[in-house]
Design a binder for this molecule. Structure first.
Ligand code: G6P
Length: 613
């Protein structure tokens, strides 16, 4: 949700900034801009639309004007103001002396705007960000010091922000701060960086410093100063960044999404590697800090998450309740925040988030911490804000996920949930044979995922056949109901086809009215408790002329004629089957979107990490 970068050093700043923004495109892509310090003035360039438009704009400029050793850049996901050139960042004060980029939302911008207008400021954009540019410039006029100007200005703001600020009177330096929005400092040699996220800087350095809320930093090419809110100096730890630049390559695949789906077998191997050794040994989760005693005292579990992570949480409910016997509630973070939720020291709250940055989930988790619940975070980013708020951590270790639509991180979340549920069940002394059977299935999962991926051409053929339909229904029962939701979400996100997931038994309570030959119904069937029931629902859909697609590990001969198409997955225990079924649905959504020529990795209106509530 907006990405920011800053650079001061020996290289041409514009090249580093554009490269950094390219790796932050997953955070927004409706407009972009850079500000470059150039001989006592700051030149600002902005463009509406994809980053390439900014690159094209820069090519038209006089090279001596864009030559610079210090600059800031921004890629936008619009919140306040339409995505046009004027609303793009950087935003500047009236005289153009101060310019800044911002990630976040200034909630009290309307009041501040009125005050600043009364003080003579002229606003050009519709953004909340421009308020900050005027306000900091106003404070700078009083103190002539950018650090104290920033400190005084942010005291008046409400909301969330990461700012990188430059002033024409402060050559070759950037001043930055953050509150409830990510910002890290990349530590280089003869150069230093600022960025919303690691991919923007990993090519240049593997060392980073994380800023705490309200700290202010000033970077030059050979110095990094960090100030606490009272302006005393701070020594934040330099951390080693875990990623390889290689993780950001498409490795020959047409899209990151396809590459990331194909990485899933290895993602599962990775996550299992140091946690399950064989099917009879107990699971080891080194960063889960719950003692046996605390586990015995857990009376309820609450899972909080958004989007795809929420669907992983829903699978978690089925798994946890079945294996541990503890009641589990699952809720969208944005709903959890605004009601009187009941949590206490006997509640285990599990926050699930790929990015660890989702604003709704952060707010919900902060609320819960005040109630004394034990907070366990499942995330792909163990340096993230949510990870830092956790009492216990499960790092899903899926590697950087670039495509906006989550795929490999979802599978990794599912595996983490199975591991956690077994871990709790083992500590509660539950029946070993059931738990060992699931561990056995998890260990076999990578090769079964490989079998599905080797059948991708069949899934592509089915996708092509259905790519012309405007609506889709996904149905399943039991533990695959969340798979139906996730399959529908994937299709919506990247192809813009209207797809909805339903519990199969609910079809007859309304959605059945929509069925005719224009409405494909995709049914997920797994041999087990609910197989016959879902098959009956398929019969009902067939009787209404709906096109039926089956995703199943088994379809008996007498039912095969119901299906226009079916995709068979390997034999698998019902409880573990969501991990296989979802892979089929990810591929189906991918190939439909690809066939329709959609922008698969950067679907319209979406951002990968949503840092506003
Ligand atoms: C955005 C993304 C989704 C993601 C959701 C939650 O909406 O587009 O793909 O599932 O945020 O993100 P998180 O990082 O918390 O899992």
């Amino acid at each position: 949700m907006c990405g920011i970068v800053g650079y001061v050093g020996y290289q041409n700043a514009v090249d580093v900034l554009i490269d950094g923004l390219r790796h932050l495109e997953y955070r927004g892509y409706d407009s972009s801009g850079v500000a470059l310090y150039n001989g006592g003035k700051i030149n600002v360039y902005k463009a509406q639309g994809k980053l390439q438009n900014l690159v094209d704009e820069l090519k038209k400029q006089d090279p001596s004007e864009i030559k610079s050793n210090a600059g800031i850049g921004h890629i936008r996901w619009a919140t306040h103001g339409v995505p046009n050139q004027i609303n793009a960042h950087p935003q500047t004060c009236n005289c153009g002396g101060l310019t800044l980029v911002h990630n976040g939302i200034i909630e009290n911008y309307a009041e501040l705007k009125t005050e600043l207008e009364n003080a003579g400021c002229k606003f050009k954009s519709q953004t909340d960000t421009e308020v900050a540019a005027h306000l900091i410039a106003y404070e700078y006029a009083k103190t002539k010091d950018l650090i104290s100007a920033l400190k005084n200005a942010v005291k008046k703001l409400k909301g969330a922000w990461a700012f990188c600020v430059m002033h024409k009177n402060e050559p070759d330096c950037i001043v930055a701060t953050r509150k409830n929005a990510p910002l890290l400092i990349g530590v280089g040699e003869n150069e230093n960086f600022l960025a919303s996220d690691i991919p923007a800087i990993i090519k240049y350095t593997k060392k980073a410093i994380y800023l705490n809320d309200d700290q202010i930093t000033k970077i030059t090419k050979d110095k990094i100063e960090i100030y606490n809110p009272d302006l005393t100096l701070s020594q934040n730890k330099v951390e080693f960044l875990p990623f390889e630049p290689m993780a950001l390559s498409k490795m020959g695949y047409k899209h990151y999404m396809l590459k990331e789906i194909h990485e899933q077998p290895d993602v599962v191997r990775n996550i299992l590697q140091d946690k399950i050794f064989d099917e009879i040994s107990d699971i080891k989760l080194k960063d889960v800090k719950l003692t046996k005693e605390e586990i015995k005292n857990i009376k309820r579990i609450q899972i909080i998450a958004c989007g795809t992570s929420l669907h992983a949480g829903l699978v978690g409910k089925y798994v946890m309740e079945e294996l541990t016997g503890i009641p589990v509630d699952v809720e969208a973070s944005s709903e959890y925040i605004y009601r009187s939720t009941i949590a206490d020291k006997n509640t285990l709250v599990i926050g699930i988030s790929q990015s660890g940055e989702t604003a709704d989930t952060i707010t919900a988790i902060r609320q819960v911490k005040e109630k004394g619940a034990h907070v366990l975070i499942i995330t792909n980013r163990n340096e993230s804000m949510l990870a830092r708020l956790s009492d216990s951590l499960l790092h899903v270790n899926a590697g950087i996920e670039v495509s906006v639509a989550a795929t490999k991180s979802y599978i990794a979340q599912l595996i983490s949930i199975y591991l956690l549920a077994i871990f709790i069940a083992e500590n509660l002394g539950k029946e070993k044979s059931i738990l060992n059977n699931i561990k056995h299935e998890l260990l076999l999962l990578p090769s079964k995922l490989e079998a599905i991926l080797s059948n991708a051409s069949h899934i592509r053929d089915v996708a092509k056949k259905y790519s012309g339909y405007k609506n889709f229904i996904f149905i399943a029962r039991g533990i695959n109901y969340p798979t139906a939701l996730e399959g529908a979400l994937k299709l919506k996100e990247i192809s813009y086809i209207n797809a909805t997931g339903y519990p199969a038994g609910e079809l007859k309570h309304g959605p059945i009215a929509m069925l005719d030959e224009t409405m494909p119904v995709l049914a997920i069937l797994n041999e087990g408790r609910v197989y016959d029931k879902v098959m009956s629902n398929c019969e009902e859909a067939y009787a209404r002329q709906a096109k039926l697609i089956g995703v199943a590990n088994y379809i008996d001969d007498k039912h095969k004629q119901l299906f226009d198409d079916y995709i068979l997955i390997p034999e698998i225990l019902d409880m573990v089957s969501p991990a296989l079924n979802v892979t089929v649905l990810q591929l189906l959504a991918y190939y439909i979107a690809e066939y329709l020529g959609k922008d698969v990795d950067q679907p319209r209106n979406l951002a990968k990490s949503v840092t506003v509530e």
